[in-house]
Design a binder for this molecule. Structure first.
Ligand SMILES: [Zn+2]
Ligand SMILES: [Zn+2]
Length: 160
């Protein structure tokens, strides 16, 4: 699990380097709901809450997407930047030009793409009940499925 605050500070340093004035009053929270957006920025009074999906804190996902999403939301805290047009768009362009990122408007509009997490390399399947065990690594179970039996029905296992 990646440390959201650590990344948030790194992103703030990038904005500092470009002298972009974001809010100093941001609370960072992790959104653990399965189907949600990559990020979200809410304004309440003079305070901002930046919400980042827990999926982006998973080491298996792209670190760059996490950084781009945090920057996207931090830019919303700049003066006159709650929308994806005008000032926000110009600042996002500056960040992209300076660091080669692609901070885009979609981060908090689209839902998380389904292929965000890598697909399992192997699937161990029970010939009896159809139970599927997704596996990322070549393990004894994947190498020698004939040595094992399905935990649910005792059926024979195959690997695809
Ligand atoms: Zn946005
Ligand atoms: Zn089974």
């Amino acid at each position: 699990m990646r440390d959201l605050l650590k990344y948030a500070r790194e992103c703030e340093a990038l904005l500092d380097a470009l002298k972009i004035k974001y809010s100093k009053n941001i609370r960072y929270t992790v959104n653990r709901r399965a189907q949600s957006r990559l990020g979200l920025c809410k304004k309440q009074g003079g305070r901002y809450t930046v919400e980042i999906s827990s999926k982006l804190l998973d080491e298996r996902t792209s670190e760059q997407t996490l950084i781009e999403t945090i920057l996207h939301e931090q830019l919303h805290t700049c003066y006159g930047c709650m929308k994806h047009t005008g000032r926000w768009k110009l600042l996002a362009q500056r960040v992209n030009d300076a660091f080669g990122f692609s901070v885009a408007r979609t981060a908090d509009e689209d839902s998380i793409p389904e292929d965000m997490l890598p697909k399992p390399k192997y699937i161990v399947r029970c010939r009896g009940c159809g139970l599927e065990l997704p596996r990322q690594k070549l393990s004894p179970l994947v190498k020698h499925p004939e040595r094992y039996r399905c935990a649910k029905c005792g059926g024979k296992l195959t690997v695809t």
